[in-house]
Design a protein around this ligand. Structure first.
Ligand SMILES: [Zn+2]
Length: 426
């Protein structure tokens, strides 16, 4: 009897009776036979309501539990079906596992915790499961957390963005909370219909409470926001505006590099070789914020200033635009006026074009300068989601990627089983 209660504690199963513990040589695992306690029997696996017996289902089933030392553990029990008033014939609820899972709750929770904390290889090797299995586990755990929290509570200033997650132009639409820096919603797709679904979930009353929406210049976002959020000011994400300038700069750099390479081909001789090579490698020196440059990159930049005035001018234009968003407010708007007249006359087509685009989106950019929208949070959330898209490569569905992103960035990190929940403040 005492052994039995020890086993219950060791396995972390509650509301269940341990019937037997054996070692199964065939599968090289400890097999623990269990059954739900009386009060936990004959409940619908989907809603947990009591329901009458239906049939034996598929007989006995096994669930993978947390390893005991180095040995794998399997829980084994009958899995009959009940006839739920709402869900019809459904496999019964078991206290040790989520519905439809082949693993115990403790196993699922540990995997979810690890997926947020460690590398893909670490999770897969330690838990002895496939990465795709990790995908379905975190989807379940995240849905479980979702059911218990209101992610949209207090949402006032939000940012909407599209993120590519697979080659072949697959996108997610993501919504973040500017005030908390949390990811609040994500779904596959980037179009009116996708975003409409978010506002549908948010509900009319909460839509009316949104004061600011920041986004890139996508027309579909502007359209839906104008329609759904009557009280929201639409702001341009500084992050995206500066990214436009970085793209324009890169175009100029590529042109300079091609010209330098062409010069080599024509002369087939030394002098320009170095020039082309440095330009090709100058990418990061040109992209990075000046305060983050390494001495080597600073040197490269100084070299460009001397040898390629046009490319250097393009660099200064990019930096000038970035400064606008550092200044913010009236000073930022003034700086933007000066920037526009400078860019208009700069004779670098990529920046003349960018200047036109900026003028077109001036109202949204001014709004973001006026309201001093903080970009740091959104940019870091964006960067983190982009990193996750790489880790999530190999998941079968975008839902698993979304689950991972929500677990990592949604402010509700998964808890380890048997430990105090970090989400509950002590
Ligand atoms: Zn039910």
């Amino acid at each position: 009897m005492r052994n039995v209660s020890v086993w219950g504690r060791v396995l972390g199963v509650v509301d269940a009776v341990i019937e037997a513990v054996d070692f199964d040589e065939d599968v090289d695992a400890v097999v623990v036979s269990v059954r739900p306690r009386k009060g936990a029997q004959r409940r619908c696996g989907r809603c947990g309501k009591r329901a009458p017996w239906y049939d034996r289902g598929e007989g006995r089933r096994r669930w993978r539990g947390l390893d005991l030392g180095t040995v794998r553990v399997l829980l084994e029990a009958n899995a009959p079906r009940v006839n739920c008033a709402t869900h019809g014939p459904t496999v019964v609820q078991v206290p040790w596992a989520r519905h439809g899972s082949g693993h115990t709750r403790a196993f699922d929770d540990t995997v979810a915790w690890l997926a947020v904390q460690c590398s893909k290889t670490a999770v897969v090797e330690l838990m002895r499961i496939a990465w795709r299995t990790v995908g379905s586990i975190i989807t379940r755990v995240s849905a479980d957390i979702d059911a218990g929290v209101d992610r949209f509570a207090g949402l006032r200033r939000s940012g909407i963005d599209e993120i590519s997650y697979k080659r072949g132009h697959r996108y997610l639409t993501v919504v973040v909370d500017h005030d908390t820096g949390r990811l609040v919603w994500a779904a596959p797709g980037r179009d009116d219909v996708t975003l409409e679904r978010f506002f549908e979930l948010l509900g009319e009353e909460r839509c009316a409470q949104i004061t600011h929406v920041s986004a890139d210049a996508a027309d579909w976002i502007a359209r839906v926001v104008a329609d759904r959020c009557p009280n929201a000011v639409r702001c341009a994400d500084p992050f995206h505006v500066v990214a436009w300038a970085t793209e324009a700069l890169d175009e100029v750099r590529r042109q300079a590099w091609n010209a330098a390479r062409g010069a080599v081909d024509r002369r087939r001789a030394g002098r320009a070789t170095g020039h082309a090579r440095v330009l090709k490698r100058a990418r990061y020196a040109l992209w990075k914020n000046p305060e983050n440059l390494t001495p080597h990159q600073q040197h490269k930049l100084a070299w460009i200033a001397k040898t390629d005035p046009r490319l250097h001018r393009a660099y200064l234009l990019k930096e000038g635009l970035r400064l606008v968003f550092v200044l913010k407010g009236a000073a930022g708007k003034e700086a933007l006026d000066r920037w526009i007249s400078w860019a208009r006359r700069c004779r670098i087509p990529a920046f003349v074009e960018l200047q036109r685009k900026i003028v077109r989106h001036r109202a949204a950019i001014d709004a973001s300068l006026d309201h001093r929208m903080s970009n740091a949070l959104i940019e870091s959330t964006n960067t983190k989601i982009r990193l996750l898209t790489r880790i999530a490569f190999g998941f079968r569905s975008p839902q698993a990627l979304i689950a991972l992103a929500m677990l990592a960035l949604g402010g509700q990190r998964p808890a380890l089983p048997g430990r105090p929940d970090p989400r509950i403040r002590q």
